[in-house]
Design a protein. Structure first.
Lengths: 217, 335
C-alpha cells in the first residue's frame, strides 16, 4: 500500500493525529491510544466503540452531503482511521479574529449542517467549536465523530445543542448572538428543530444552580 | 507575608458544614468547623440549618481563643453568599451580618465554588489551572478565561459526591458514602458493566447510580463499588482531559470533598501527565467545605474593594461561578 506517515501533528484528548499521504493525497491518521488511567476493559470498550461509530457515522454524514472529511480507510486492530486532510483552521482558533457579521454567517451555516445531521437522526455527541474546521473561504467542516451515534431521541439531539451552547458560553463573550445565528441555521436545516431547542432548555433547567432568568433564555 | 495583608474572618455554611476561619493573606490564623451527619437519608436542609445555627457560636468562641489579637483587629467579614441550600445560606448570612454590624466592619459576599478554586490557588502552586471541583453538591470543570471563571463542563444532573452518597445508602454503607465506597472498592478488581455517560465535556451520573443499584441483588458490594468508581472517575478523567486538550492550561487542580479519593487522584494525575500539565490537589483537610476558603476568597474581594452593603446581602442559592466578576486574576505566574 502506498501509505506514508510523515509527522505527528498533535495529540488530542483521545487520539494522536498524524499527517501522511496515500499515493499523492494528503491524509490525516487518527490513532486512538490506550488511556492508562482507566480500567483496561473500559479502555478497549471505549476505543473500539468509538472507532466503529466514527467510521460508520462519518461516512453516513458524508453520503447525505454534510461537510465532513471523507473516510479513506480503517485499521481496527490498531484503532486507527485514515481521513481526508481538510485545509483550514479550527473554528475555535479564528473565533476571536473574525468580525461578528462574518461569524454570524459561519454559525448559521454550521447550524444548518447540524440541522441536516439531526433530521437524519445523526447525533454528533461532542459538538463544540473545537470540532469544527473552517475550510476556506468560510465553509464549516464538522470533525470528530467519536462520540456520535444514530438516534431519533430528542434528548440526544438536545444534548448536542446544549454542549454547543455551554462551550460557546465558556469561551466567547458574544455567545448569545453567535448561538442565535447557529439556531437560526439549525431551524432552517431541521423542520423539527424547534422541539429540540425546547428540550435543550428543559435539560438545562435540570442542572444544578442554573439561575432562574437563564432558564428562560 | 507583609503586615499590610488584610485579616479576614470567614463564615462557610452552604450545606452540611459550619466553618469559621481567620486568615491574613494566605496564612491561616485559625480554622474551626463542624459537619452535620444526618441520622438517616440525605441532608435535610432545615435540620442542617439548625445544626449550623447551633455550631456557629461555639466555633466562633474557639476561633477567638486561638487568635493572638482582639477580634476588632480584623479588616472584614466574608461569608458564603451562595450557591447552596437556602436555609443554611440564610443562617450563615444572618450570623455574618450581625458580626459585621457589631464590629463595624465591611461585609464580603463570597461565591462558594469560586472560593474552592481560590483556596487551591492560594495553598498549592497552581495558578492558571483547569479545576476539577468534585463535591457532594457540585461537579464542575472550571477555568479562568476573559475575566471570569468559565464552566467548561459539569454534571447535567447530580454531583459525583451525591451519586456516591446515594449508592452508599442503597448498599447500607454509612454516610457519607464516598470514603466507604472507596474502602469497599479496594477489595475487588472485578469490573461489572455500567453505562458510560460523557456528553462533550459534560456528564451525568444519575443513570449510572440507577444501574449500579440494580446490581445489588446479584453482585457483591465490593464489585459494585469498584465498578462504580472505575466508570464514574473514568468519565471525570476523560472530561478533564478533553477540557485540558482544548484550553492547554498549565496545571490541573483537583478540589472539593471527593478530591480526597485516592483512585480519583491517580486518574486525574495521569491525565495531567498525558497532557503535559502539572497536577495539584488540595490537601484532604481543606478540600471539603471550610471557613478558610471563604476567608481567602474574602482577601481577594477586600483587596479589590468589592464590599457588600448589608442591604444587598441577601443570599443567592443558585449563584453560578461564571456569574462572578473576577477582578483579581493574574494569568502570569505572579500570584
Amino acid at each position: 500500500m502506498n501509505l506514508t506517515i510523515s509527522e505527528e501533528l498533535t495529540k488530542g484528548a483521545e487520539a494522536i493525529i498524524s499527517r501522511g499521504a496515500f499515493v499523492d493525497l494528503l491524509i490525516i491518521i487518527k490513532h486512538r491510544v490506550p488511556k492508562l488511567y482507566r480500567h483496561p476493559n473500559i479502555d478497549s470498550m471505549i476505543r473500539l466503540h468509538r472507532i466503529r461509530a466514527e467510521a460508520k457515522i462519518m461516512t453516513y454524514a458524508w453520503k447525505i452531503g454534510v461537510n465532513v472529511p471523507s473516510l479513506l480507510g480503517i485499521d481496527i486492530q490498531n484503532y486507527s482511521l485514515f481521513i481526508e486532510s481538510i485545509q483550514g483552521e479550527l473554528l475555535f482558533v479564528v473565533l476571536n479574529d473574525k468580525p461578528m457579521n462574518e461569524l454570524s454567517q459561519i454559525f448559521s451555516k454550521l447550524g444548518d449542517q447540524i440541522g441536516v445531521l439531526h433530521s437524519n437522526d445523526i447525533i454528533h455527541g461532542d459538538l463544540t467549536v473545537f470540532n469544527v474546521i473552517l475550510k476556506e473561504p468560510k465553509i464549516p467542516c464538522i470533525i470528530d465523530f467519536g462520540l456520535s451515534k444514530i438516534s431519533a431521541d430528542i434528548e440526544a439531539k438536545a444534548d448536542d445543542l446544549l454542549t454547543f451552547y455551554s462551550t460557546l458560553k465558556a469561551i466567547h463573550l458574544e455567545f448569545q448572538n453567535l448561538f442565535n445565528s447557529f439556531l437560526q441555521g439549525y431551524l432552517n436545516g431541521y423542520s423539527e428543530g424547534k422541539k429540540t431547542y425546547q428540550q435543550m432548555k428543559k435539560i438545562q433547567s435540570r442542572a444544578r444552580y442554573i439561575a432562574r432568568d437563564e432558564r428562560l433564555v | 507575608m507583609t503586615a499590610t495583608e488584610p485579616i479576614i474572618l470567614g463564615f462557610e455554611g452552604t450545606a452540611h458544614t459550619a466553618g469559621i476561619a481567620v486568615v491574613q493573606g494566605t496564612e491561616i490564623l485559625a480554622n474551626k468547623s463542624a459537619t452535620y451527619i444526618p441520622s438517616e437519608g440525605g441532608i435535610h436542609p432545615r435540620e442542617a440549618a439548625v445544626f449550623i445555627a447551633k455550631k456557629f457560636p461555639l466555633l466562633l468562641q474557639e476561633v477567638i481563643s486561638q487568635l493572638s489579637f482582639n477580634l476588632e483587629e480584623i479588616d472584614a467579614i466574608a461569608f458564603s453568599q451562595g450557591p447552596g441550600l437556602g436555609p443554611c445560606l440564610r443562617t450563615t448570612a444572618t450570623v455574618a451580618r450581625a458580626i459585621a454590624l457589631k464590629l463595624k466592619k465591611p461585609l464580603l459576599g463570597v461565591n462558594h465554588c469560586v472560593a474552592h478554586v481560590e483556596l487551591g490557588r492560594a495553598i498549592t502552586p497552581a495558578n492558571d489551572a483547569m479545576v476539577l471541583y468534585v463535591s457532594g453538591g457540585n461537579t464542575q470543570l472550571i477555568a479562568y478565561m476573559n475575566g471570569k471563571y468559565r464552566i467548561m463542563g459539569e454534571t447535567l444532573d447530580i454531583a459525583i459526591g451525591n451519586a456516591l452518597d446515594t449508592l452508599g445508602r442503597h448498599l447500607d454503607l454509612p454516610h457519607p458514602g464516598g470514603p466507604y465506597i472507596e474502602r469497599e472498592a479496594t477489595k475487588s478488581d472485578n469490573l461489572l458493566e455500567l453505562p458510560y455517560t460523557l456528553k462533550g465535556m459534560s456528564f451525568s451520573f444519575s443513570g449510572i447510580v440507577t444501574a449500579a443499584k440494580k446490581l445489588k441483588e446479584k453482585c457483591s458490594i465490593p464489585d459494585i463499588c469498584f465498578s462504580f468508581q472505575e466508570y464514574t472517575f473514568a468519565i471525570l478523567a476523560e472530561a478533564t482531559e478533553r477540557a485540558l486538550s482544548c484550553t492547554k492550561k498549565e496545571s490541573v487542580l483537583l478540589t472539593g470533598g471527593v478530591a480526597a479519593n485516592s483512585r480519583l487522584q491517580d486518574m486525574i494525575s495521569n491525565v495531567a501527565d498525558e497532557q503535559n500539565s502539572i497536577f495539584h490537589v488540595v490537601p484532604k483537610d481543606l478540600a471539603g467545605d471550610n471557613g478558610v476558603m471563604i476567608a481567602m476568597a474574602g482577601v481577594l474581594l477586600f483587596r479589590n474593594k468589592v464590599f457588600l452593603p448589608i442591604s444587598e446581602s441577601q443570599v443567592i442559592p443558585r449563584w453560578r461561578a461564571d456569574q462572578v466578576e473576577v477582578g483579581w486574576f493574574d494569568e502570569s505566574n505572579n500570584k
